[in-house]
Design a protein around this ligand. Structure first.
Ligand SMILES: CC(C)(COP(=O)(O)OP(=O)(O)OC[C@H]1O[C@@H](n2cnc3c(N)ncnc32)[C@H](O)[C@@H]1OP(=O)(O)O)[C@@H](O)C(=O)NCCC(=O)NCCS
Length: 498
């Protein structure tokens, strides 16, 4: 199908109308040249030329969806390309309806600045949207298309374009750079790191399996999907490290040298092997082996564990991108509200501290969350002993929490006889405003009803109008009899009566 996007306003007198047509392998060089030119004219265009060359050979490229916009003189004025990220396990929809899978693809589109606002962008990605609708069938299989755009004023046009086409921001991705000295390598007794090279292709199958497991539920966007590793190993400048813990494969790192820089594309540690220094050892080893002048990688803003690791190795944030999604069917990541377990304690503590610090910094800048308060928020194991602590888990990651104290439980601050006390509600700052606190409160209230209590009592910091409004909208009513005035904080009381 050929889609002509006509030059409507004559804003580019030298340019003839461009025609959008499928990408052909012979377009690769011109597409790369287009990428360089577009980027020279607009810094918000991603440096995709190299990625394109690797992608086009890989098994994930959705080549039938790739498009170029070509002028009559044969020069390209736009490119769109897509790569498969996840495939629903069962295309009949059986898996999807039981919540186990979805289909998603990464999408990128760029148009030369002088050719924008003529429908080219829309025409270039139309086949990807059509494909997604086809994949979704009758809506049984959830489908998502993802696109990333810089979070910078220069990229506002790209963001508006995506919004206009029905994409919504779902998360943020940070680019981190490192320009330090190779870190000293700490010997880890049972940990063995092995540098793989092109002669090690026999490992590739192993790595592929490892990668699939390690990536299950990982929020990071990755450029080189795991099953490309056998291809990647043969690529010049590629560095792949495999970590073994005792006799078992524990994780791997895949990076590529770009001039004097090292681009770390994937660091994955199997879930059962985390918190043992494997990730740190992999990154340290990559930096000391490759001895790059600088290194870069991308991480989901919400991936606290990875950010802490990279921060401790001297990586600093250099850029932020918004991740947009266009979805069909119920393609939202799965949200699960459940009781917290011991292994959640650390995440819950950090979530509460982050949530409170960020919320107050934004809405009540005069409020300082002091160290005593922070250690109170981090004392999750103690809290679990005396209260029901819930977490909201999104794609396997804890993103929200709330606690509910039974009547008579130590520290229960309810003033109504026999009432439960609700405390410590927090949702990860980047994910606020999407109804996740509602899911947590729904579950807490369901549990309280099950206890047979007559009411739930809670306290809101005086002046925190946003949170107070949230509770009022759920039927909580102000009850000054329960107000608490401490030397450092004054709390307004609300109660929900059953
Ligand atoms: C995003 C980009 C590809 C859009 O290309 P384009 O050819 O100008 O897009 P279209 O003309 O098809 O625009 C379709 C709709 O998007 C919206 N839109 C596009 N650019 C916009 C802008 N700068 N401001 C507001 N709305 C915009 C409009 O609603 C437009 O429809 P309309 O012209 O009928 O109002 C182009 O701006 C670009 O190359 N930006 C840099 C790369 C990038 O950010 N890509 C997005 C990440 S995938």
């Amino acid at each position: 199908m050929r889609t002509a996007a006509r030059d409507s306003g004559g804003r580019d007198p030298g340019g003839a109308a461009a025609v959008v047509r499928p990408f052909a392998p012979r377009d690769l060089e011109r597409a790369a040249a287009f990428g360089e030119r577009a980027r020279a004219e607009d810094e918000s265009v991603e440096p995709f030329s190299q990625a394109l060359a690797a992608l086009v050979r890989g098994p994930r490229a959705l080549l039938p969806l790739w498009r170029v916009a070509e002028g009559e003189d044969g020069t390209l004025s736009g490119v769109a390309f897509a790569a498969l990220r996840e495939q629903a396990i069962d295309s009949s929809g059986a898996a999807a309806t039981s919540g186990r899978g979805r289909t998603s693809a990464e999408l990128y589109v760029a148009v030369l600045p002088s050719r924008r606002r003529r429908g080219l962008g829309r025409a270039l990605i139309a086949p990807a949207l059509e494909w997604a609708k086809g994949q979704a069938g009758d809506g049984q299989v959830p489908v998502a298309l993802r696109a990333r755009v810089r979070d910078a004023p220069a990229a506002a046009g790209g963001q508006r374009f995506l919004r206009a086409l029905g994409f919504r921001p779902v998360s943020a991705q940070l680019s981190l750079t490192w320009a330090g000295r190779p870190p000293p390598i700490r010997p880890e007794a049972p940990l063995a790191l092995r540098l793989l090279d092109a002669r090690d292709l026999a490992f590739a199958a192993d790595l592929g399996r490892l990668a699939n497991d390690a990536w299950a539920g990982a929020p990071d966007v990755f450029e080189t999907p795991a099953d490309d590793l056998s291809l990647a190993l043969a690529e010049p400048g590629r560095l792949v490290l495999l970590a073994r813990f005792g006799d078992e494969a524990a994780g791997y790192l895949s990076a590529v040298r770009r001039g004097s820089a090292l681009a770390i594309e994937e660091v994955a540690v199997l879930p059962g092997m985390r918190r043992r220094g494997v990730g740190r050892a992999l990154v340290e080893r990559a930096l000391s082996d490759a001895r790059p002048a600088s290194a870069l990688l991308a991480v989901d803003e919400a991936n606290r564990a990875a950010r802490a690791l990279y921060g401790s190795l001297g990586f600093v944030r250099s850029d932020r991108r918004l991740v947009f999604e266009w979805t069909l069917g119920d393609a939202r990541p799965m949200l699960l509200v459940r009781e917290a377990r011991a292994e959640d304690d650390a995440s819950i503590g950090e979530l509460l501290v982050d949530g409170y610090v960020t919320a107050y910094a934004r809405k009540m800048p005069h409020v300082v969350v002091d160290e005593a308060r922070k250690s109170d928020l981090r004392a999750v194991a103690e809290k679990r002993r005396i209260a029901t602590v819930l977490v909201a888990e999104l794609d396997g990651r804890v993103i929200g929490t709330v606690a509910l104290f039974k009547p008579g439980a130590p520290t229960n601050e309810a003033w109504l006889p026999g009432a439960a006390d609700l405390r410590h509600l927090a949702v990860e700052p980047a994910l606020q405003g999407r109804g996740y606190s509602k899911a947590l409160l729904d579950e807490a209230e369901r549990i309280a009803r099950g206890w047979g209590v007559p009411a739930i009592c809670l306290h809101v910091r005086r002046g925190n109008e946003g949170v107070a409004r949230l509770y009022r909208s759920r039927g909580y009513v102000r009850d000054p009899r329960g107000d608490l005035d401490y030397p450092t904080v004054s709390l307004a009381a609300y109660a929900l009566r059953f």
